[in-house]
Structures are given as C-alpha cells and as structure tokens.
Design a protein around this ligand. Structure first.
Ligand SMILES: NC(=O)c1ccc[n+]([C@@H]2O[C@H](COP(=O)([O-])OP(=O)(O)OC[C@H]3O[C@@H](n4cnc5c(N)ncnc54)[C@H](O)[C@@H]3O)[C@@H](O)[C@H]2O)c1
Length: 333
C-alpha cells in the first residue's frame, strides 16, 4: 500500500514510516520541517510543504494516484507553548487540518488515520480509561485534538471521509536501528528528563508532584514503545475498511497503550535498574496543568486491529538511552 504520512519527518511519523516500509508499504512524506529534522526523512519520497497547501496536495495525489490512505500526524505538540500561543495552535492543528481533510475528500482519498492523544481523558479514580469514558482536555493543545476528532466524526457522517482515530498514550524509545527518536535537545517529558540527569546533562531529576491520588503520590502514565505504536499504524492502515465495517460506523476511536500504568517513582526505579546506576532525584510541587494521569484499556485495539504492545518498559528505557548516545550522529549536530 502507499500511505501519505503528514508529519512524517517527526518523531512518531518517521518511526511509523520505517514500520510501514518494513511491512512492505510505501510512505509518502508531507512535512513542512516546522520541527521535524530533514535527517529523519532520509531517502523517502518527500514533499516539503504545509498540510493546508491544496495545490501541493493535488500535486502529490497526481504524482501518486495509488495512495490508499493518509496518516495525519502533522501538528504542533508542545502543551505550554499552546497555552501561550493558542492562535497558532488552533490555526495549525485545527484550521489547517480542515483544509487537508476537505482536499483529501475532493481528491477521492477519504481514508484518514488521525493522531489523537490520551491527554483528552478526564481524571478517573480507577486510572484505566476506555474510549467511551469522559473527556476533559485541559490545554489548548489537547482541545485541538478533541476538536479534530469531532471534525472527523462530523465529516465522516456527512461525506465520503472515513476516520480511524488513534489515541496515543505516552510514546518512548526509538526504532530498533536507532534511526529516529526524540530529537529535541532538552525533552520535557519524564523519561527524557531522566536520560538528561543520568547522562550528566542535568544535575538531577525532579519529580514534580508527590501528592497525587496514586499508589505512591506521583503521576501515572502508560508508556508505550514507539516501535509498538508504529506497528499499530501498520495494522490500522492494513485493516482500515475492515475496522470500520466491524463497528458499523464511518469513524472509530481506538486507544493505543500498553494497558499498564507506571508511576514516576516506579519509572525511576526501572530506569536505574536498566541504566545500572542511581540517578540524583529531587521533589517539587506539580507544575500548572500537570495531569495525574491514566492508562489505557487496550481491548478495542486488540479486537479491531489485532494489535497489542509487545515491548516492555525496560525495552523502551534501554532504547531511549541508546538513542541518546546516537542522537547527535543521526542529526548531524
Ligand atoms: N509525542 C507524544 O507524546 C504524542 C502523544 C500523543 C499524540 N501525539 C501526536 O502524534 C503526532 C506526532 O507527534 P510527534 O511526537 O512525532 O511530534 P513531532 O513534532 O516530532 O512531529 C510533528 C511533525 O509535523 C510537522 N508539522 C507541523 N505542522 C505542520 C504543517 N502545518 N504542515 C506540515 N508539517 C507540519 C513537523 O515539522 C513535525 O515533523 C502529533 O499529531 C501529536 O499531537 C504525540
């Protein structure tokens, strides 16, 4: 199959492009390089441009009339930045995606897989979330994701568009050959901060929030290896029509997580075990907007996609550590 991957120069997009290739498919990348590095495009079919550039979309489809589906990953993704610059987030994530979807329908390319996020879920004392559970997106970034889910659901009802919406939990690690990974120099997510502290690029790792209603007071996440996440996309494009037929609907939402919740303290101890040394740790109050967290009920992914996560938390940690050693080489920094 030939798959248009918007945001294919990004962390998850480039890993998914590789997984598609390994499964015998051909990714066609559309990315503006707003944040993704050119090095992650490698030798793939690549169009440098914006998702809302309709003439460019027409050119891509004219040059690749055999595109079977689009994986729409291109987005701005930094939560604090979305609080400071809501306009650019709503413009880029919502308004530009609308142009993309409308043009894809006009071009007769109605299958869309959309990258949504577990950050949409409302807090629940059970911590485990199913797709139909209550939502409460707390940042402009998360609200753009929810709006796009609603846009897709409405367009799927009214037009030829068909949507498979994947709600990702917390991706970690790199692809097996360490060709792509988290490319920002100072990642803000927990594992990235741990790697910085372990490799001496930061003095210590700070646990932000120790009074959450979790088993040890620290935030809880469902860490999914990015290679497993990439495989979920391969399954979703391969089974696209089958999945929607099975649910008798023009769109569907599917959690993509491991089904296991891990607290920050648990992550630190796993990290120290894999790393083979302790990491200096301090504690601080939660940052504004920090979520307590949740983990996925991943039954729907198993049933509809025949997919479940295979790699362990330790695999993800080892992969992130290995990538941190190779990162500068791949990025040419
Ligand atoms: N990383 C996570 O923890 C996480 C969790 C849940 C969901 N997601 C979603 O997954 C997707 C991929 O995330 P990522 O971590 O790989 O992010 P990323 O920033 O590495 O990748 C996004 C890519 O989109 C490109 N892009 C942005 N705006 C564009 C535009 N208007 N036109 C063309 N290209 C554009 C960027 O250059 C970048 O390469 C995003 O939609 C994100 O919201 C990510």
């Amino acid at each position: 199959m030939k798959i248009l991957v918007t945001g294919g120069a990004g962390y998850i997009g480039s890993t998914t492009a590789k997984a598609l290739e390994e499964a015998g498919h051909t990714p066609v990348i559309l990315d503006s390089l707003l944040s993704g590095p050119r090095a992650f495009v490698r030798d793939r079919i690549f169009y440098e441009g914006d998702i809302a550039d309709r003439p460019l979309l027409r050119q891509i489809v004219a040059e690749h009339p055999d595109i079977d589906a689009t994986i729409h990953m291109a987005a701005r993704i930094v939560v604090p930045e979305s609080m400071e610059q809501p306009y650019v987030y709503y413009r880029d994530n919502v308004a530009k995606s609308l142009e993309l979807f409308d043009e894809l329908v006009a071009l007769g390319k109605p299958r869309v897989l959309f990258s949504s996020s577990a950050s949409l879920y409302a807090f629940t004392e059970a911590f485990v979330v199913r797709e139909e559970d209550a939502l409460d997106p707390t940042s402009p970034y998360a609200r753009t994701k929810r709006m796009m889910e609603q846009v897709l659901e409405d367009m799927a009802r009214a037009t030829e568009l068909r949507a498979v919406i994947l709600r990702y939990f917390n991706p970690i690690g790199s692809d097996p050959d360490l060709e792509s990974g988290v490319y920002v120099r100072e990642p803000s997510h927990v594992l990235g901060q741990l790697v910085l502290a372990a490799t001496g690029l930061k003095d210590e790792f700070t646990i932000t929030g120790t009074n959450h209603p979790t088993r040890d007071g620290t935030g809880l996440r469902d860490y999914i290896h990015v290679w497993d996440l990439a495989q979920a996309h391969v399954r979703a494009v391969e089974r696209f029509d089958e999945v929607l037929n099975a649910v008798h609907a023009p769109s569907v939402v599917i959690n993509i997580g491991t089904g296991e919740g891990v607290t920050v303290r648990e992550l630190v101890s796993s990290f120290e075990r894999v790393f083979g040394a302790t990491v200096p740790v301090s504690e601080a109050p939660p940052r504004p907007g920090d979520a307590v967290g949740a983990y996925a009920n991943a039954d729907k992914a198993a049933g509809l996609l025949g997919w479940k996560a295979n790699l362990t938390l330790d695999d993800g940690i080892a992969s992130a550590l290995a990538w941190s050693k190779r990162r500068h080489e791949v990025l040419g920094e």
